[in-house]
Design a protein around this ligand. Structure first.
Ligand code: AMP
Length: 571
């Protein structure tokens, strides 16, 4: 068993200096600046790892496709040249709407080489969420496939004036001057590309995350975020030479980009990408067959595996597995304990969010795991629990007291903007602190424990769903007068989306109407975001200023205390 990279948490934490970590990067000393794709691909391809598998794709039919660091360099250079040829300028946004196929990864890294900003979209999104995101990010170019193009994108084109090109990965010829064949253009392009000088503060990645009240926010990250991708790979994921790593997240969620693409490559290990969605047998087989050493997944997956009642340690050869990690939702103590027994290795929960770009609080291999806790702050990160009152912030020094989880600003992977929403961005900070929007407490030993989200966001099967986004879509149904959406706890998905709907006069409250609205929402939003349950109500509880009180709907649904109702509009 290899020794952990982080042997003494307290010592490393105290002595930590971000600038020392910069010595790992090879771009700055070569006069190239700091570019994520250079650190992830070219330096290894030109260094000693050229023939090492960078990414191994397990395709839907279980076929494996290995892409070495040299091959990845060549493919991403081709794509960067394609962008160049089409006149995509520095800072323009390139989107992908694809499953976990090689073209997504080539698009991501090729865009970073060309200094375009890359934004991945979940392929399960329906046309409306796609439109919102493409339009807000002023997408210049989209890479997708024929099916998604015809079903979801084609009808949006007239409303997307910025979108100049659409690449389809599965057509041989260009369909028009705008809709092009990915393969054809890739073949024509040169396989060598010199990355332009990249400032650490140049924008790199755009990730959409749902807001409390509004439409999705676009969190913008810069190339300097690679410090966190690298450091957390070393200290939390504990990457060692020749490791095989599998992050199950889709790049449509920030985890699937920071850890499904960047962090393992920057650290020079081999990354597994499975094209298929969750399937317990298939997943165990991948762990066994690919000899996975480090596995990064989510609580929903662990819960689903728990329910199968399979005994992975007995039924599969998992002798190469060293570490299991989880992120995205609270991993309850019972789940940690089950997984540690089932896999026979440490199971480490960690916390972060789209805005932080990488892991911020974690359990570490060399540190005693407190089951149910998110762990301790990454070296270089100052985390605290605080009381917030208007513009005032006071750090809570008492242990066990609950408050807002806040992070000292200034770390490399801190998001630099909410696209076109400066005021909203500014509101995330008070003095030196970034307000995460989560509630937490810290125990005597310095471990942080997740309490809940400070707002109404719904977390369902790893997706963050903003009620407003769902409600606006429901409102488009001809029978719907008003709608409010909450998350209702459900073991298998974390929370399920439940909608309370006020029907227009004369519309019958029956199961036919319900099914029709659900079907409509699924088409608009995609199955992951659409409500699973609908209840008809006569009116929605609102504040005097007209805001829907979702927390009240939720409390009533769950039979919990209704809390402060002073602002409730009288009925
Ligand atoms: P996202 O930006 O979609 O990655 O979601 C981030 C949010 O997910 C956090 O603000 C938390 O509310 C939640 N989250 C992430 N990791 C954890 C964790 N380990 N425990 C509890 N909640 C988590």
């Amino acid at each position: 068993m290899v020794n952990p990279n982080l042997t003494d948490y307290s010592k490393t934490y105290k002595a930590f200096d971000w600038e020392k970590e910069s010595q790992y990067f090879n771009g700055p000393s070569a006069g190239l600046g700091l570019n994520i794709a250079h650190e992830a691909v070219d330096r290894h391809a030109n260094g000693g790892l050229g023939d090492t598998t960078a990414i191994r794709f397990v395709r839907k039919d279980q076929k494996r496709e290995n892409i070495s660091y040299v091959k990845l360099q060549e493919l991403t250079s081709r794509f960067a040249n394609v962008l160049d040829r089409l006149g995509i300028a520095k800072g323009e946004t390139v989107y992908s709407l694809l499953g976990r196929v090689p073209e997504l990864y080539i698009t991501a890294l090729g865009s970073l080489k060309r200094l375009a900003v890359f934004c991945p979209l979940f392929s399960v999104f329906g046309p409306e969420p796609i439109f919102q995101r493409l339009s807000k990010g002023e997408a210049s170019l989209l890479v997708t496939n024929k099916l998604f193009y015809e079903k979801k994108v084609e009808k949006l084109i007239d409303r997307l004036p910025h979108l100049r090109y659409i690449f389809l990965i599965d057509v041989e010829e260009d369909l028009s001057k705008k809709v092009l064949s990915f393969d054809r253009w890739m073949k024509k392009a040169s396989s060598s590309f010199s990355i332009p000088f990249t400032s650490p503060e140049d924008p790199a990645l755009l990730h959409f995350t749902s807001g409390t009240t509004g439409m999705p926010k676009g969190a913008l990250h810069v190339h300097k975020a690679v410090y966190t991708h690298y450091l957390t790979g070393k200290l939390v994921l504990d990457f060692h030479k020749n490791d095989v790593f599998w992050c199950t997240a889709d790049p449509g969620w920030v985890t699937g980009t920071s850890y499904g693409i960047i962090s393992p490559l920057v650290n020079g290990v081999t990354s597994i990408v499975d094209e298929q969605e969750f399937d317990a047998m298939r997943w165990y087989q991948i762990l066994e067959k690919e000899k996975v050493n480090i596995w990064y997944t989510a609580p929903t997956a662990i819960r689903r595996l728990m329910r199968t009642e399979m005994d992975p340690k007995k039924e599969f050869d998992l002798s190469k597995l060293r570490l299991v990690l989880s992120v995205g939702e609270p991993l309850h103590a019972a789940e940690v304990i089950w997984a540690q027994q089932a896999f026979g290795v440490p199971v480490l929960d960690n916390w972060w969010q789209t805005e932080t770009g990488g892991i911020m609080i974690a359990n570490y291999r060399s540190m005693e795991v407190a089951p149910g806790s998110m762990g301790k702050p990454l070296p270089g990160i100052e985390a605290a629990v605080a009381e917030i009152d208007g513009d005032g912030i006071e750090l809570i020094t008492d242990t066990e007291a609950q408050g807002h989880l806040v992070l000292k600003k200034g770390f490399p992977s801190m998001f630099r903007a909410y696209l076109h929403e400066q005021e909203r961005y500014n509101k995330c900070f008070i003095g030196d602190w970034y307000i995460t929007g989560d509630l937490a407490r810290r125990d005597r030993k310095g471990y942080f424990w997740f309490v809940g989200r400070a707002d109404d966001i719904i977390k369902t099967s790893g997706h963050m769903v903003g009620p407003f986004e769902v409600e606006s879509s429901l409102m488009k149904h001809p029978s719907v007068a008003e709608a409010a959406v909450i998350g209702k706890p459900e073991a298998s998905v974390g929370e399920m989306v439940k909608a309370f709907v006020v029907l227009k006069e004369g519309v019958k409250e029956n199961s036919e109407t319900k099914l029709d609205i659900i079907g409509f929402a699924r088409k608009e939003l995609g199955p992951a975001v659409a409500p699973k349950e609908i209840a008809f109500v006569q009116r929605l509880p609102k504040t005097r200023s007209g805001k829907i009180l979702r927390r009240l709907l939720k409390a009533r649904e769950l039979g919990l205390p209704e809390g402060d109702l002073s602002t409730l509009e009288p009925s």
